[in-house]
Ligand binder design. Structure first.
Ligand SMILES: NC(=O)c1ccc[n+]([C@@H]2O[C@H](COP(=O)([O-])OP(=O)(O)OC[C@H]3O[C@@H](n4cnc5c(N)ncnc54)[C@H](OP(=O)(O)O)[C@@H]3O)[C@@H](O)[C@H]2O)c1
Length: 217
């Protein structure tokens, strides 16, 4: 039985990542507020965890031991076009999407077993090479930055046998997309789990589409 810690597991992709592995593993959901669906799952819940808040993240880390897999899933998407740059929302996305996974990974790293895994649910909108349409300043910058976080984590944690992967889930029908998308969260979660299962020290630091395609930086 693996101990799997997932941020933002109260809804959307995070909830389905938890549901997919709940039966045979020890899932720990780090959330701000548990949802009824998460409660119904019966997973262990640590609430009051805001990935932008150092104290709440440290308090959660203090309750954890022997973590096999950490999934940084919590994320925030707000629109920000060149004509309407909303600085508070750009800063909020940097806090949640870029600094959040670094804060959580750093706090939990001592609690992750040697040989464990860290996954970060990123977005191909953070790809420099794939940016053909511009816009989305806060989201693109924050996901680009978190891609760098993952590569540095992969280097820093390799000596402990901990591998780190970046996974773009696809265009998924969640609250984040207003219910628009190509796939449902359970299908995205299944593919993300395939990538995490394949993650090892040979491919650590890779940026994947959940479908297995390696994405350009
Ligand atoms: N859906 C897509 O098409 C798509 C595409 C590319 C990448 N992604 C990425 O996939 C991940 C999951 O997104 P989703 O589609 O499932 O979105 P979602 O339904 O909007 O869920 C977002 C999750 O993040 C949590 N969260 C937001 N801010 C937080 C904070 N400050 N502290 C702790 N938790 C926080 C939310 O918790 P609350 O309920 O407390 O707000 C919620 O659990 C995100 O990283 C997103 O960027 C999604």
């Amino acid at each position: 039985m693996f101990r799997i810690v997932i941020t933002g597991a109260n809804r959307g992709i995070g909830l389905e990542l938890a549901r997919a592995r709940h039966e045979h593993n020890d899932i720990v959901a780090l959330v701000r507020e548990p949802s009824d669906e998460l409660r119904a799952l019966g997973a262990r819940i640590i609430d009051g965890v805001d990935v932008t808040d150092q104290a709440s993240v440290e308090a959660a880390a203090a309750e954890l031991e022997d973590v096999d897999v950490l999934i940084n899933n919590a994320g925030l998407l707000r629109s920000s076009s060149l004509a309407h740059l909303d600085w508070p929302s750009i800063e909020a996305q940097m806090q949640v999407d870029a600094f959040g996974p670094l804060r959580v990974s750093a706090a939990l790293a001592p609690k992750i077993k040697d040989g464990g895994k860290i996954a970060i649910v990123t977005s191909r909108m953070g790809s420099l090479a794939d940016n053909t349409s511009g816009g989305a300043y806060g989201y693109r910058m924050s996901k680009c930055a978190v891609n760098m976080v993952a590569v540095s984590l992969s280097r820093d944690l390799a000596s402990r046998g901990i591998s780190v992967g970046l996974v773009h889930p696809g265009f998924v029908r969640t609250q984040m997309t207003g219910g628009n998308g190509h796939i449902d969260p359970d299908a995205a979660a299944a593919m993300i789990w395939e990538r995490i299962d394949e993650l090892d020290l040979e491919n650590t630091g890779t940026f994947w589409h959940a479908n297995g395609e390696v994405l350009p930086w």
